[in-house]
Design a binder for this molecule. Structure first.
Ligand SMILES: NC(=O)c1ccc[n+]([C@@H]2O[C@H](COP(=O)([O-])OP(=O)(O)OC[C@H]3O[C@@H](n4cnc5c(N)ncnc54)[C@H](O)[C@@H]3O)[C@@H](O)[C@H]2O)c1
Length: 372
């Protein structure tokens, strides 16, 4: 993987990040740096035999989801799970001993340098950390620092330490803005209408150029809204698209910020996201042109009414009483700027990704999972 990219020396005019303003973000209690020179020989050898996968955003939704999948699938992976919050070693997996959680701030150059040292030799890197849509809209500078600058920091370091390594970056359908056709095709121009979408697109362009220059082997995946997300509401404008099922199933109220049951969203279940990430990990690099590295992850176009019908079917009709529809102008503006459906011929046909069957499947998967 990525070996076809090792065909030139790494340029020596690397941007010096040490003097950048990012340097001030060091998290004081963050991490124990283990340099490859001081690590014990035994642990080094056992990691050498594995495929080391570094996953950022390791205390969020997608990081642990992928880590669980990899640590259950095979003994061949060693997963380095990093986050600003404490990453937890996934439970109920076949090989929990193959996971190293590392807490720290990904905007800190010294942390990033230690992190990459510790995870050597790297097989692949998944970049899932970030500030979500409503959070980015509320704090432009934080979004710029985390969603843009930190990705530049980690990938410019990787360009030096691991030229040609596979880097999978999570982008979003929020790169699009209106007007949009009923089904978005590969030819539709992204024109974001939010800080989050704009910063994702900026990073996409930066990483695509890193690939075209053969510095790294980049694949950018644009996720649909992931639903049903377990846990608590998030700072995403789409948070209610999980809450509409999750909160009533927990006996709690959910406020849906849009009073239009025909409103459609493009959704994928967590299980399908994990399956497609595993497929992308081993996707042949040449399946995508060197200047077009984006893969739209498959999803299903689902209306609010379809979600409510599925909630009633699998959770019971009384759960509908816990859903309140109260319009919120700003949240509605953001979600209405996103696409409602995509042409999936490239991801499903050419790239061999998979898709959920529909709203009922997504809701049933979540409700059945609650009993386990
Ligand atoms: N969940 C979705 O529906 C969805 C949809 C489209 C795109 N995405 C993208 O996929 C990625 C993963 O999504 P998710 O739902 O797991 O996100 P999440 O919000 O659950 O997790 C993001 C993680 O990033 C961490 N983080 C933030 N700032 C950090 C910093 N300075 N240093 C280190 N870690 C930091 C947070 O602590 C958090 O655990 C994100 O980049 C997101 O933009 C998600």
């Amino acid at each position: 993987m990525g070996s076809n990219l090792h065909d030139g020396p790494v340029a020596s005019h690397q941007p010096k990040m040490e003097n950048s303003p990012l340097h001030n973000h060091l998290h004081p209690t963050s991490h124990k740096a283990i340099s490859p020179h001081t690590a014990s020989k035994g642990s080094e050898n056992s990691k050498m035999a594995k495929k080391n996968i570094l996953i950022t955003g390791g205390a969020g939704l997608v990081g642990p989801l992928l880590a669980s999948r990899l640590l259950n699938d095979s003994d061949e992976y060693h997963v380095f799970l990093t986050d600003l919050a404490d990453p937890i070693v996934p439970q109920n997996v076949a090989y929990p001993q193959n996971c190293t959680p590392i807490k720290g701030d990904i905007t800190s150059p010294s942390f990033v340098s230690d992190l990459i040292n510790q995870a050597q030799p790297l097989h692949a890197v998944f970049l899932f950390h970030g500030i979500m849509s409503a959070g980015s809209e509320a704090n432009y500078d934080l979004s710029l620092s985390v969603n843009v600058d930190s990705v530049r920091l980690i990938t410019s370091t990787l360009r030096q330490t691991n030229p040609g390594v596979r880097v999978i970056y999570s982008s979003s359908q929020a790169v699009y803005g209106q007007p949009l056709p009923g089904k978005v095709t590969d030819e539709v121009l992204p024109t974001p209408e939010s800080t989050y979408g704009a910063h994702k697109l900026l990073t996409e362009t930066y990483l695509t150029e890193m690939h075209r220059k053969k510095f790294l082997d980049v694949i950018i995946v644009r996720f649909p809204t992931i639903s049903v997300r377990p846990g608590k509401p998030t700072q995403a404008a789409s948070s209610w698209l999980s809450g509409i099922i999750r909160e009533p199933m927990a006996g709690q109220e959910c406020v849906v910020p849009i009073e239009d049951r025909r409103f459609k969203s493009f959704l994928s279940s967590p299980k399908t996201i994990a399956e497609n990430l595993v497929r992308v990990l081993s996707l042949e690099s040449t399946k995508l042109p060197s200047h077009r590295r984006v893969v739209q992850f498959p999803g299903v176009s689902v209306s609010v009414q379809e979600l409510l019908d599925a909630l009633a079917k699998y959770g019971g009709r009384e759960k509908l009483d816990l859903v309140k529809e109260v319009s919120d102008e700003e949240q509605e503006r953001i979600v209405r700027s996103w696409p409602q459906d995509f042409d999936l011929s490239t991801p499903l046909g050419k790239l061999g990704l998979v898709v959920d069957a529909g709203a009922e499947d997504i809701v049933r998967e979540y409700v059945e999972g609650l009993g386990k």
